[in-house]
Design a protein around this ligand. Structure first.
Ligand SMILES: [Zn+2]
Length: 328
């Protein structure tokens, strides 16, 4: 389905382009807000981050650490790695086999042998990257100093909703609204969104593959897990974006994509999200939209295959069936 209907892309690409231009203004403000939150580096942090030192093996606080969340740059707050990409290399430093988007830049190390990794946004020294070691299927090991990162738990705001304005708290939102390539792309453009991941949820089988979900026998929807900073953007704004980038009146389809895996559904991660979603649906219904969006508590989220992640960012193309439409 996705391959056949690319020709629908024209109008959508134009609208998405407009949307991008509008949001570009506020992206820098987001970065500035993040930078303002950073405390000055300690001398130990400076020795690694600025002077490109290395912390002793097995000494860092994230070496033996497996909580769910994201790892951000200690110096500028940029999201660098996901806990889902972390693995135990036994080497004495935190290891990841993938990075978030293009958050990490590789440069030849002055030693002429290794490849140094730095934060793409601020240049902070992170560590080194190695390949061909066979630790995981991606065959890549980002070997990162703990001291260069700040871990942000995915459920900080979920467990303490009354504390949602705490700087650096990260909240999780999960949306299904048709092909997850397009939903992810449009969500990535929203200032305050720290990271996104496409996957499958809402069904009844464990570890589904894309082919299984397409077979309609798993009950799963194509969905996007959005991690955002509630100090920068509210859940209400994130949910409004969801309702304005897909057509919430369509049942078990989205444009050319037909099937229950393309249904419109919000998986709320705590009760306040549900209340907000109900309020927005009420507003849309009052405006005459026959909203088909379902609401369900978030269950297990299974990340999709790597080739589905950041699809449009990697391809450099625009979604074929998702574009911004003002509805509020
Ligand atoms: Zn940085």
């Amino acid at each position: 389905m996705k391959q056949v209907f690319r020709f629908f892309a024209g109008a959508g690409a134009f609208l998405a382009g407009l949307c991008l231009a509008i949001n570009a203004l506020t992206a820098q403000q987001t970065v500035n807000a993040q930078q303002a939150m950073q405390k000055p580096l300690t001398s130990a942090e400076k020795r690694v981050i600025v002077d490109k030192g290395t912390e002793p093996p097995f000494s860092g606080k994230y070496c033996n650490f497996s909580e769910k969340g994201i790892y951000t740059c200690r110096q500028c707050g940029a999201p660098l790695y996901r806990s889902s990409d972390k693995f135990d290399s036994g080497c004495g430093w935190p290891a990841f086999d993938d990075q978030i988007g293009s958050a990490v830049r590789r440069i030849p190390d002055p030693d002429g042998q290794r490849t140094e990794i730095v934060c793409a946004k601020c240049g902070a020294h992170l560590g080194h990257v190695f390949s061909g070691e066979g630790f995981t299927a991606k065959n890549t090991r980002y070997c990162v100093n703990s001291i260069s990162m700040v871990f942000v738990p995915a459920d900080t705001a979920t467990t303490t909703p009354g504390n949602a304005a705490t700087p650096r708290a990260i909240e999780t939102a999960i949306f299904a609204g048709g092909c997850f390539w397009g939903v992810e792309y449009m969500m990535q453009k929203l200032p305050g969104v720290a990271s996104t991941e496409v996957g499958y949820t809402g069904g009844h089988t464990a570890n589904p593959t894309y082919e299984q979900v397409c077979s309609h026998r798993t009950g799963h929807a194509e969905a996007v897990r959005v991690l955002f900073d509630p100090a920068v953007v509210s859940y209400e704004t994130v949910a409004k974006r969801f309702f304005e980038i897909h057509d919430p009146t369509q049942v078990d389809r989205q444009g050319p994509d037909i099937g229950d895996q393309y249904r419109s559904e919000i998986f709320f991660t705590f009760e306040a999200q549900k209340a907000t979603a109900e309020k927005l649906i009420g507003i849309l219904r009052a405006k005459g939209y026959n909203v088909a969006t379902r609401l369900a508590p978030a269950g297990e989220f299974y990340p999709a295959e790597q080739y589905h992640q950041d699809y449009y960012l990697r391809k450099g193309t625009q979604p074929y069936c998702h574009a911004y439409t003002e509805r509020f």
